[in-house]
Design a protein around this ligand. Structure first.
Ligand code: SF4
Length: 60
């Protein structure tokens, strides 16, 4: 299973990752994305990580 992390010091809270997969990402009230699930049945998490504008998402 993929290990997904968001670097909170880099994330700008744009919400793109949550839009792409709300099963795994949720932008908190502080405006930082949090990882709320470890895998997504419908999306490729590496693709989502590549779309983050500030490269805050890491998938191992
Ligand atoms: S796409 Fe990147 S910058 Fe935007 S909310 Fe998600 S982790 Fe943060």
């Amino acid at each position: 299973m993929a290990k997904v992390t968001v670097d909170a010091s880099v994330c700008v809270g744009c919400g793109l990752c949550e839009q792409l997969c709300a099963e795994v990402f949720k932008v908190s009230s502080e405006g930082v994305a949090q990882v709320v699930g470890s895998d997504c049945s419908q999306h490729n998490l590496s693709d989502i990580a590549q779309q983050c504008p500030v490269n805050a998402i890491k998938v191992e």
